[in-house]
Design a binder for this molecule. Structure first.
Ligand code: UD1
Ligand code: UDP
Length: 370
């Protein structure tokens, strides 16, 4: 049984790491099952701080191949992955392909698998923002339609999938692999020196990430958000590790005039997972549009303001610490002020976000395919 797993972009690494560990446990316990796993990196993300650092931080084995596709338009990138991944599959002849999340690498490899008649399974299936202007929503819908088995993080995902005609016996509610990685990594954060490097003592700070096209690709919207962040930085230190897409936009849209590193507003490069987790767990609040960070803040009990109009992860709102605030300057500042005044939304841990999701996924795969 040869399983080929795919990673490509930053959030994929946290998802695949615990699944590989769970496969390794089974292989060590039961060699007779003759399970082998290989890892393909598409090269969608390639900067060291968007890729390599996570292999080190999360103990992920080196990929068996890096397709090195790099950046491009959606079609260029998706097509480049498809061509190279198809060649690799024809050579390696895997019995099963595993894709995670909702990035272009996820979409490209699930299409290739389906066309080569290789079964594909999708981890983190069934999330829907119901917003097809969001590129990830297209990736989710197509990947789910092509997947033979679908692993979900929360109960509403099954409803979403059933409404799209996917049969219930293919859907498995297993919990959230991102949270496996979070629990696994928390003890390791004691070695992180990021707070010292940033000169953060015990003062409160806000942590920001932004990369969605809907936040950073339009000058007016991005400008409004940056105005809100600069206003906030008059009251609290703001740490902003800048994703390369946002960095390019800050440079390209003249938004640089709107945001300055001034001691209270700290503009830094993206950081590794252990450093980011260190910052996240001690932040007074997090402002983001990231999918994974909405989930992680819910588990850490840290207030999260999501700078979007919708989310495909509603459980972080109904059960967690997440609040959708959109992109209006005044709303961002007033919601942040409320949190700083102590009006904090408390939450609870969503069902099965318990650190054991990867074990459940691997057990199910063995049950079905081995
Ligand atoms: C991608 C995913 C998004 C995910 C995000 C995680 C898609 C459609 N989008 O968005 O769902 O939330 O990753 O971070 O798959 N760049 C670099 N260095 C890198 C990678 C990218 O400089 O290592 C720059 C390039 O200029 C590139 C731009 O960032 O054009 C965008 O990269 P891309 O992978 O196309 O999309 P993301 O915005 O990163
Ligand atoms: N993250 C990180 N360093 C950073 C910013 C984010 O390690 O500088 C982690 C974060 O903790 C989460 C993941 O990256 O595990 C989320 O990735 P991203 O926001 O790029 O993608 P999304 O989840 O929105 O698809």
């Amino acid at each position: 049984m040869k399983i080929l797993a795919v990673v490509g972009a930053r959030p994929n690494f946290m998802k695949i790491a615990p699944i590989f560990r769970a496969f390794d446990d089974v292989i060590a316990r039961d060699p007779e099952k003759n399970i082998r796993h290989a890892l393909v990196h598409t090269g969608q993300h390639y900067d060291d701080n968007m890729s390599k650092v996570f292999f080190d931080d999360l103990d992920i084995p080196r990929p068996d191949i890096n397709l090195d596709v790099g950046s491009g338009t959606h079609s260029e990138q998706t097509a480049a992955i498809m061509v190279k991944f198809e060649r690799f599959c024809e050579k390696e002849k895997p019995d099963l392909i595993m894709v995670v999340g909702d990035v272009n690498s996820t979409l490209a490899c699930s299409i290739v698998a389906a066309k080569l008649l290789i079964p594909v399974v999708h981890v983190e299936a069934g999330l829907r923002s119901f917003d097809r202007t969001m590129p990830e929503e297209i990736n989710r819908v197509v990947t789910d339609a092509l997947s033979e088995h679908l692993f979900t993080t929360s109960p509403e995902a099954a409803e979403n999938l059933k409404k799209e005609g996917i049969s219930g016996d293919k859907i498995h509610f297993v919990g959230n692999v991102m949270i496996d990685t979070l629990f696994y990594s928390l003890p390791k954060t004691k070695n992180s020196v990021i707070k010292t490097e940033l000169g953060l003592n015990d003062e409160p700070f806000a942590l920001v990430t932004l990369h969605r096209p809907s936040n950073v690709d339009t000058e007016k919207i991005f400008g409004d958000i940056l105005d809100g962040l600069m206003e906030m930085s008059k009251k609290i230190t703001v740490i902003f590790p800048i994703h390369p897409r946002a960095r390019k936009k800050i440079e390209g849209l003249n938004a640089g005039d709107k945001i300055k590193d001034n001691g209270k507003m700290r503009l830094i490069d993206p950081v590794g997972y252990l450093d980011f987790l260190t910052l996240m767990k001690s932040a007074a609040l997090v402002l983001t549009a990231s999918g994974g960070i909405q989930e992680e803040t819910t588990v850490l009990g840290v207030p999260c303001l999501t700078l979007r109009e919708n989310t495909e992860r509603p459980v972080t709102i109904t059960e967690g610490t997440n609040i959708l605030v959109g992109t209006d300057t005044e709303r961002i500042v007033s919601e942040a002020d409320r949190i700083l005044r102590g009006e904090v939304k408390t939450g609870k841990m969503p069902e099965l976000w318990d650190g054991k999701t990867a074990e459940r996924i691997v057990a199910k795969i063995i049950d079905i395919y081995c």
